[in-house]
Design a protein around this ligand. Structure first.
Ligand SMILES: Nc1nc2c(ncn2[C@@H]2O[C@H](COP(=O)(O)OP(=O)(O)OP(=O)(O)O)[C@@H](O)[C@H]2O)c(=O)[nH]1
Ligand SMILES: [Mg+2]
Length: 451
């Protein structure tokens, strides 16, 4: 094992330990969904999407260093193919893929037979595939007059969304024939990739086909025009203008050297997918830690208030009952004392009987005040860092979960209330402020060194 591998292993162990030993116990207690445990960091995955005939499969073959996928001018792929390393050549169908506990694709089962008939796993002994999984996808087309769901027999957009979430890099191909004019690709962009745009690389492929610069500029402009209608960022994202060397047909008039450079840059991005995966993982760990910290501290505050009220109400009911019984017993000769005692005892019993309903009302009351509790908990930080908007945004993303947890916590001790949690919260703060950012920094150094 070389120094790089050893460092990677240490980083993976640190990510696991932060997630499982620090975040998980708090998340479990406070009913916070932390996502599934990932034993290992997993295989870095690149998802290829784009118009039909834009060169996805050709590019996949080029990356893998062998002809694994069929290619051609007519629409070729009508399904998703996962391509990864295996010592022996082996192909497995969709059912085997979703059933395999070692693969992270169990969730695809929900799309039913329509998808499973269009899903494959190919293992190949190419060394370029070691520690890499490439997903080739069906080309996007315009399905005139029918929704893509009907046309494909499964929820294409849903499948893309799910695969995009678990991938580390999404390469979206356009080509000179269809520079962003295909209805399905525009739809996929706006609906399925909305939350993962930070992982998307836009590729304008097959640029070797242009006869001259004017021809290129016209089509490139048209691609930018189409993208500007669907990408909601302020700036235009970078577009890699590429071609696959062994598929290129040099027309003679057009200098391809700049595009060679652009192709190289795209390949470099794919080379760095391992670091990107870890960076994504650590970034999402940081997000989860921040959300969990907020959710847990506001919930604990409510838990503490509820506990005080439960104790107070229990105490009042108990005192009334005991006092009433004592009064009725000692003053049994006197009808006033007797009646007074019985009334008190009944009041105590009444409170006991109505305990659950009273507490449900109190819970409703506290849930309505959640925003106030959040501001009380974070008043110090808001004043100190003046980052009110950021913290409020974070609270908006957490609020619904906190409310759901509180409303669904059954039992007297269901909402953790102990002030001892403060100790765990300090540990979470330490991770959020120091340990996780240091890990991110460490990873970026790693990436620089590896590049
Ligand atoms: N000139 C040129 N042709 C290319 C390039 N890449 C792919 N091709 C050709 O374009 C055609 C389509 O390529 P594919 O790789 O099958 O495209 P695809 O995106 O996988 O298509 P579907 O599977 O139908 O979605 C093939 O004839 C390829 O030889 C390129 O960089 N330059
Ligand atoms: Mg293909």
């Amino acid at each position: 094992m070389n120094v790089h591998d050893k460092r990677t292993e240490q980083q993976e162990a640190k990510i696991r330990s932060l997630r499982e030993s620090l975040l998980r116990p708090v998340a479990d207690k406070f009913g916070f969904p932390l996502g599934k445990q990932r034993g290992a960091i997993g295989t870095p995955t690149v998802l290829c999407l784009g118009n039909h005939s834009s060169g996805k499969s050709t590019f996949v073959n080029y990356l893998a260093g062998n002809k694994i996928q069929d290619t051609g001018v007519a629409p070729i792929d009508d399904g998703f193919t996962l391509i990864t390393y295996g010592e022996q050549v082996s192909d497995r169908d969709g059912r085997a893929v979703v059933a395999d506990p070692n693969l992270p694709y169990h969730d695809l089962e929900q799309f039913g037979k329509g998808l499973l008939d269009h899903l494959k796993l190919k293992r190949r002994p190419e060394s370029a595939l070691k520690n890499l999984c490439i997903i080739d996808s069906p080309g996007m087309i315009d399905h005139a007059g029918s929704s893509t769901d009907d046309a494909r027999g499964y929820d294409f957009e849903g499948v893309v969304r799910l695969l995009a979430e678990s991938s580390d890099l999404i390469v979206f191909f356009f080509d000179p024939d269809k520079p962003g004019t295909t209805g399905e690709s525009l739809q996929t962009f706006t609906r399925a990739l909305d939350n993962v745009m930070y992982k998307v690389l836009i590729v304008f492929n097959k640029v070797d086909q242009f006869a001259d610069v004017r021809d290129f500029a016209r089509t490139y402009g048209s691609l930018c025009w189409n993208l500007s209608r669907i990408i909601r960022t302020k700036d235009m994202p970078h577009i890699y203008c590429t071609f696959v060397p062994n598929a290129a047909k040099q027309n003679g008039h057009f200098d391809l050297s700049d595009f060679e450079q652009s192709t190289k840059e795209l390949l470099q991005q794919i080379d760095g997918v391992d670091t990107r995966r870890k960076t994504n993982l650590v970034s999402s760990l940081l997000d989860s830690a921040r959300q969990l910290r907020m959710h847990a501290s506001v919930s604990r505050k409510v838990g503490w208030r509820l506990m005080q009220e439960k104790l107070g109400l229990g105490l009042i009911a108990g005192v009334l009952l005991v006092l009433g019984v004592w009064l009725a017993w000692t003053g049994r000769e006197n009808s006033y004392w007797l009646t007074g005692g019985i009334v008190l005892a009944l009041a105590g019993i009444g409170i006991g009987v109505a305990f659950k309903s009273i507490m449900a009302m109190r819970l409703n009351h506290h849930v309505e005040l959640l925003g106030k509790y959040f501001r009380e908990e974070y008043s110090g930080q808001m004043m100190k860092q003046q980052n009110t908007r950021y913290l409020e945004g974070l609270w908006e993303s957490v609020r619904e979960r906190t409310e759901h947890f509180l409303r669904n916590s059954k039992g007297i001790f269901a909402v953790p209330f102990s002030p001892l949690w403060t100790h765990k919260f300090h540990k979470l703060d330490k991770a959020i402020e120091h340990e996780i950012p240091e890990l991110l920094q460490d990873l970026s150094h790693n990436g620089d060194n590896a590049a």
